[in-house]
Design a protein around this ligand. Structure first.
Ligand SMILES: Nc1ncnc2c1ncn2[C@@H]1O[C@H](COP(=O)(O)OP(=O)(O)OP(=O)(O)O)[C@@H](O)[C@H]1O
Ligand SMILES: [Mg+2]
Length: 374
């Protein structure tokens, strides 16, 4: 299976009236052979542009792109040995499912027996055997999406690129397809580059997540690592639902003082000698303290925040409790069947606390912060 390597890929679009738009700047990443990598980021950050450059549908202004060890910057799309699946499945309404799946092979003159064998195999894997004679209009959304996948499978391509392939499906089907796609990729050992703005998709399917923003890359990591050690405030606030609680704090010796609008008299001060121990001496004054909702418990802890309970929300198995800390609202997630006293404090273990430099947004690391969910 081919490995994909991007080195310093950049792309500028020529906009209206000669205004140039830098869509990608110095993109570097590798998708190792047989891995599932997800490009994750908000709308407009350059995910599709990156994918289209790998596909050969768009040309980079600079940088190198290698597929299976070969530089393909000047190789046309059709000769890159890859298949692409889009959000709108691009099925031909007047052709049957079988014809749609085989569409690409016909033009490539694959012998009929071979064609039929591949079709039967793909239909079996995608559970479309019963539907082969139908038209796309007679299929459900999930079945249509599987036809588009079938086309990628019969092409025999070992590298598959997908651009938001599940976003037209309803929530239930999307969850099913996530599992199916992942199983298929693993069974066939495909190399997959998958574009999504849905963190759940990226976190559940990918071996490695490439977090993008504004034409650049924020962090590349396995889902567990991304969750446990987000490299910046931005990644921390993007991954996890509800997102990590992030509090602006100011260092005052071994204390953290919550920055807010309140007067000096009722400033929230948090004892933090243990948390700050082991951090570099040149620690900045202005920090962001992050704790995930599931890492906070009512009552005191290694780190203790004064807090006032303001409301509850039941989310099936979990309960989300909002607390007021100073002027800020903090979310706490507990099991729904857990009956906890309201209390006036919230606690967290040191290893569950994340600290960031407020000016740069970068994660601050000390030995004791390593493996934050530890
Ligand atoms: N053909 C084009 N001409 C000019 N600008 C473009 C073109 N294609 C994309 N852009 C711009 O480049 C940037 C990146 O676009 P891209 O489609 O890669 O974003 P995306 O991350 O896929 O977003 P979405 O999640 O909305 O699909 C955007 O600002 C977009 O407006
Ligand atoms: Mg896109």
């Amino acid at each position: 299976m081919p490995e994909v390597v991007l080195e310093q890929i950049s792309k500028t679009y020529q906009g209206a009236r000669g205004v140039r738009h830098q869509a990608l700047t110095g993109i570097d990443f590798t998708v190792p052979s047989g891995e599932f990598a997800a490009l994750l980021g908000p709308s407009g950050c350059g995910k599709s542009t990156t994918l289209r450059i790998v596909a050969g549908l768009e040309r980079a202004d600079g940088g190198d792109l290698r597929i299976g060890g070969r530089s393909v910057t000047r190789v046309p799309a059709a000769e890159r040995g890859l298949a692409m699946v889009f959000q709108n499945y691009a099925l031909f309404p007047h052709l049957s499912v079988a014809e749609n799946i085989l569409f690409g092979l016909r033009s490539r003159r694959v012998p009929r027996a071979e064609r039929n064998a591949r079709l039967a195999e793909a239909a079996r894997q995608l559970r479309l055997t019963e539907q082969l004679d139908r038209r796309p209009a007679q299929l459900s959304g999930g079945q249509r999406q599987r036809v588009a996948l079938g086309r990628a499978l019969v092409s025999g391509a070992e590298l598959v690129l997908m651009d938001e392939p599940l976003s037209n499906l309803d929530a239930r089907l999307r969850a099913d397809m996530r599992t199916e796609l992942r199983e298929l990729q693993q069974r066939l050992g495909l190399t997959v580059l998958y574009v999504t703005h849905d963190q759940v998709e990226a976190m559940t399917m990918a071996d490695r997540v490439i977090v993008m923003r504004e034409g650049g890359i924020d962090q590349i990591a396995a889902p567990e690592e991304l969750y446990a050690r987000p490299a910046s405030v931005r990644v921390a606030s993007f991954i996890g639902s509800p997102p990590m609680n992030l509090l602006d704090v100011r260092r005052d010796g071994t204390w953290l003082v919550l920055d807010g609008a309140e007067g000096d008299g009722d400033r929230v001060r948090i004892e933090a000698a243990g948390l700050l121990k082991g951090l570099p001496d040149e620690l900045p004054e202005e920090l962001v303290l992050g704790v995930r909702p599931e890492d906070l418990v009512p009552g005191p802890g290694e780190l203790t925040l004064p807090a006032v309970r303001i409301r509850d929300e039941l989310l099936g198995a979990d309960r989300l409790i909002a607390f007021r800390v100073g002027t800020r609202t903090v979310q706490v997630r507990v099991r729904a069947d857990e009956h906890r006293p309201g209390g006036d404090r919230l606690g967290a273990r040191h290893t569950a606390c994340h600290l960031f430099d407020r000016r740069t947004g970068a994660r601050l690391d000390a030995r004791r912060l390593v493996g934050a969910t530890g």
